[in-house]
Design a protein around this ligand. Structure first.
Ligand code: NAD
Ligand code: UD1
Length: 343
């Protein structure tokens, strides 16, 4: 029996595919390559020694997806595929609603048709909006989200919840990720944003490599110890491991379960700059800029439930995340063709 991983050539998906293969699972990837490269499949093979089966399919194409369910013996689905650029979602909300909602609906319908009853979904801490306090626990209210991307996560969570109520055989695990950083230590897979990055770490690594002149720190007047925004940064390898544990959990047929995946620790923008500089011995010039609309002061996870019920504990430190992000940036020459393979 195989695990179908949608979005499996993307940033978090590719690391999870590696973790699944290393845990002895058979993996089938579906991705339309709208935000990733085919080369990643070979890189997964380089790391694990196993070439996962890959289908270049858009999840919105139901008939093509049906063929995957027909030809593969699928036991569970881990659903990463989705669009994730917050800014773009504000200017193109319909594109986000169509892609993220429709793809999930198609998948759930096919799972019902083919009696596949185990599902793991990539949600985000963004569903909590501006929390009343930190750390943020799973039972905190959700839905007060500031952008269409976040709203798709909220709507999909509700879609899954309703489906679980209607189908008592269905088991779903919703994972709310905090802020993923880092890359596989081989430097073969990692995050490769198109254009100017929106998120903090890809911006920092591009400053470090000289592609961008300096970091713009968005605000130093937040209610935090040093005035800059505080987030719960988690190594992508810890996240990947969280999915292996989530899969194990849903195979015990628990119905619907929801977990935060974070470290439980908050770090400020200045903490990240200082740690990155110290670990990698590179300077990150920065300026203080106005706050970015929609940003909150602090956000970090209460990890109690994931620890108790999933046995999930993040192992990697902020130093590891800074080192591995930089290593990927340095060794990564745009994953476009095999002539760039790091041998
Ligand atoms: P990513 O863009 O690197 O990976 C997503 C993959 O999905 C890409 O390879 C893309 O080509 C594919 N995809 C998109 N639409 C598709 C479609 N219709 N059919 C087939 N494939 C499609 O993103 P990521 O950072 O790996 O994120 C994975 C998931 O986790 C996403 O759902 C994202 O919203 C969620 N998430 C990410 C973060 C983060 O900071 N990276 C935080 C919280 C939640
Ligand atoms: C952002 C998204 C969130 C999404 C998450 C993961 C927004 C408002 N929120 O979260 O919905 O789930 O990414 O993809 O876009 N910062 C700078 N300078 C920069 C970039 C960031 O100072 O150039 C600061 C931010 O103000 C924040 C911190 O760094 O305090 C982290 O920012 P980022 O990496 O974009 O993540 P989030 O804002 O937490």
């Amino acid at each position: 029996m195989a695990i179908l991983v949608t979005g499996g050539t993307g940033y978090i998906g590719s690391h999870t595919v590696v973790a699944l293969i290393e845990a002895g699972q058979e993996v089938v990837i579906v991705d339309n390559l709208s935000n990733s490269k085919i080369e990643v499949v070979k890189r997964i093979e380089q790391i694990t020694g196993v070439l996962p089966r890959f289908y270049q399919i858009d999840l919105l194409e139901k008939e093509q997806m049906r063929k995957v369910f027909q030809s593969e013996s699928i036991d569970a689905v881990i659903h990463f595929a989705g669009l994730k650029a917050v800014g773009e979602s504000v200017t193109m909300p319909l594109k986000y609603f169509r892609n993220n909602l429709d793809s999930t609906l198609t998948l759930l319908e096919l799972m019902e048709e083919y009696h596949v009853n185990h599902f793991v979904f990539s949600s985000s801490a963004t569903v909590y909006g501006k929390p009343k306090r930190v750390p943020i626990a799973e039972e905190f209210p959700i839905g007060e989200v500031s952008n269409p991307y976040g709203r798709t996560k909220y709507f999909i969570e509700k879609m899954i919840q309703d489906y679980c109520l209607g189908n008592p055989h269905f088991n779903a695990c919703i994972l709310r990720y905090f802020n993923p950083l880092g890359a596989h230590q081989s430097g073969l897979i990692g995050e490769e944003p198109d254009g100017i990055p929106n998120n903090l770490m890809p911006y920092i690594t591009q400053v470090a490599i000289g592609k961008l002149s300096h970091l713009k720190v968005f605000g130093n007047d937040y209610q935090t110890p040093d005035g800059t925004g505080v987030r719960d940064y988690i190594h992508v390898l810890d996240l990947a491991n969280g999915h292996v544990l989530a899969l194990k959990k849903i195979q015990s047929n628990p119905g619907l379960v929801i977990y935060n995946l974070g470290t439980g620790k908050g770090y400020s923008v200045f903490d990240i700059i200082k740690t990155f500089e110290a670990v990698n011995k590179v300077k990150i010039p920065y300026t203080i800029n106005p706050r970015r609309p929609g940003d909150i002061d602090e956000c970090y996870a209460d990890t109690t439930k994931a620890k108790k019920e999933l046995d999930f504990v993040a192992m990697y430190t902020l130093e590891d995340m800074c080192r591995d992000s930089w290593n990927f940036q340095k060794t990564n020459f745009k994953i476009t063709d095999s002539s760039h393979d790091a041998k």
